[in-house]
Design a protein around this ligand. Structure first.
Ligand code: PLP
Length: 286
């Protein structure tokens, strides 16, 4: 099955997809993106991803009305590619124009998307749990907007993965933990599951929302309340939530062992429940 790309109305092999060097997404990171996972060829929570892009577009004043029906575009691309275990990448830039910091009127957004194979994380990663490494959060102040200006994220993630971790854990100058570079973060502190509240400081993750729905349904104690690095290091469980891993237990942060050094019951339960939601909502044969 082919990996396909979409560029402004046309579908083609990924290797043939090109955009202008004067695209503002390329020059300024003046663009938004989404990553949607396909299970058995079916997208999980596509609408939520598109809605998040719409909210981001409103914040940065990017007019999506000329971008076409994004859900329809992705549906067609997904059907044409026919990939089963895959992810869809969508990016909408403000458009092509001679380089100028000032945003011109009447630009037509560039819409690009790809559907590509996804290498699933091994079962062993979940059974053993992952490591993570703390990093000062040096990202911009509107982390709720999923913009492609990702330099701090790629530096953090490269640092963490280079040391054998799954992701970095960002903290602010005052010690407050925000999130990972590709994931939201949860801790179990004093029996209560905690995660940073939504707002400008974190991305409102689709997986985070899924996990919170599960926590509510299972009537587990939780609070959308931020925690510090010190509280996190003392937590009985820490886990990431993101589109790729769904729920990834963290058993070591920097040189500190978390809990008893094994994935804990909350993360294990949520990971299983997450898969059940995916199957129920997408009808995927997993
Ligand atoms: N936080 C950040 C900074 C991210 O980049 C991502 C995903 O890319 C997430 C959280 C998780 O979001 P989602 O669950 O929608 O994949």
């Amino acid at each position: 099955m082919p990996e396909l790309a979409y560029v402004n109305g046309e579908i083609m092999p990924v290797e043939e997809a090109v955009i202008s060097i004067e695209d503002r997404g390329m020059q300024f990171g003046d663009s938004l993106y989404e990553v949607v996972r396909l299970y058995d060829g079916r997208p999980f929570r596509m609408k939520e991803h598109i809605d998040r892009m719409r909210r981001g577009a409103e914040v940065i004043g990017l007019d999506l009305s000329k971008a076409g029906d994004l859900e329809e575009i992705l549906d067609e691309l997904i059907q044409r590619a026919g990939l089963k275990t895959a992810f869809v990448y969508l990016q909408v830039t403000r458009g092509v124009t001679p380089r100028n910091h000032v945003i011109p009127d009447d630009l037509t957004p560039t819409v690009i998307a790809t559907v590509r194979h996804l290498e699933e994380l091994s079962e062993e990663r979940y059974v053993r749990g992952s490591r993570a490494f703390t990093r000062l959060d040096e990202r911009w102040a509107r982390r709720d907007v999923k913009a492609t200006t990702l330099l701090p994220n790629i530096l953090s993630r490269s640092y963490a993965v280079g040391k054998g971790g799954y992701d970095a854990i960002h903290y602010e100058e005052d010690g407050t933990v925000t999130e990972g570079s590709v994931s939201n973060l949860f801790c179990v502190i004093g029996g209560v599951i905690r995660t940073h509240p939504t707002g400008k400081k974190i991305l409102p993750g689709i997986s985070r929302a899924t996990v919170l729905q599960l926590i509510e349904k299972m009537q587990m104690p939780f609070a959308e309340q931020a925690f510090t690095v010190a509280e996190m290091m003392d937590a009985s469980e820490v886990f990431f939530a993101d589109t790729y891993s769904e729920v990834m237990p963290v058993v070591q942060i920097d040189s500190q062992t978390i809990g008893d050094g094994k994935p804990g019951p909350v993360a294990k339960k949520l990971k299983k429940a997450f898969r059940r939601v995916v199957i129920a909502e997408t009808g995927a044969d997993l």
